[in-house]
Design a protein around this ligand. Sequence first.
Ligand SMILES: Nc1ncnc2c1ncn2[C@@H]1O[C@H](COP(=O)(O)OS(=O)(=O)O)[C@@H](OP(=O)(O)O)[C@H]1O
Length: 255
Amino acid sequence: MARVLHRAAGGACACLVPLGGDSHQPHGAVIPSWCLSRLLPYHPLCFACRSLMPRTLDSQITVEKTPSYFVTKEAPRRIFNMSRDTKLIVVVRNPVTRAISDYTQTLSKKPDIPTFEGLTFRNRSLGLVDTSWNAIRIGMYAVHLQSWLQYFPLSQIHFVSGERLITDPAGEMGKVQDFLGIKRVITDKHFYFNKTKGFPCLKKSESSGLPRCLGKSKGRTHVQIDPEVIEQLRDFYRPYNIKFYETVGQDFRWE
Ligand SMILES: Nc1ncnc2c1ncn2[C@@H]1O[C@H](COP(=O)(O)OS(=O)(=O)O)[C@@H](OP(=O)(O)O)[C@H]1O
């Protein structure tokens, strides 16, 4: 059984949702995500929220999901200080596609932002990429990983391929379950491929027992980007990707 603390809309808070058919009711407790990412975890509000959480039972694993922790400088130290045995799971995908997906998402909320090309380069003709733009910075996985390796051994970090999560969800979930040291409960029996959506969907959702696909904002058409810009970004990310593959001992084939 797993309990999931997940980031809510806007990334402002995380709330507790038990997974699985046990009788434990979800609690209304809310932990602001800045408890780990920005401010002190011992801030009174964080402390108060945490004290509202039910204790994790021996048969349960508590899972917290906040994508921004991977790129938050202080997060490794704070998580280590909270529990050095924490297992970390990171979903990674081709950083070029990731940047375009990120931009597509932002554009859907703020249609007035500059073009992708405009934000990507500090100087396009010189091929100078703006690494301070989050959509670019986040995909420099090798850089962020170094901060985590100062606190956690690689054996405590598992990388899920975002690409294989679509083509082989059961295979990726199998590896996650092995990494967590739990029985392989989620298998290919749980998924079907929805051609219209272009994504795997659950045959039966935990809550309603009905088929469930990812929401409308997932798998939406990406903004069209000049192929030359894509090529420049591929070149930019190549050394970071190679370093990342070497560090984790896994080739994600993002070429
Ligand atoms: N389960 C699963 N499998 C494969 N891919 C997935 C999954 N969940 C989310 N995604 C894709 O990840 C991209 C960002 O997703 P999110 O919107 O959930 O991220 S975030 O909450 O905005 O950080 C977004 O990518 P694009 O659709 O290409 O833009 C999601 O489709």
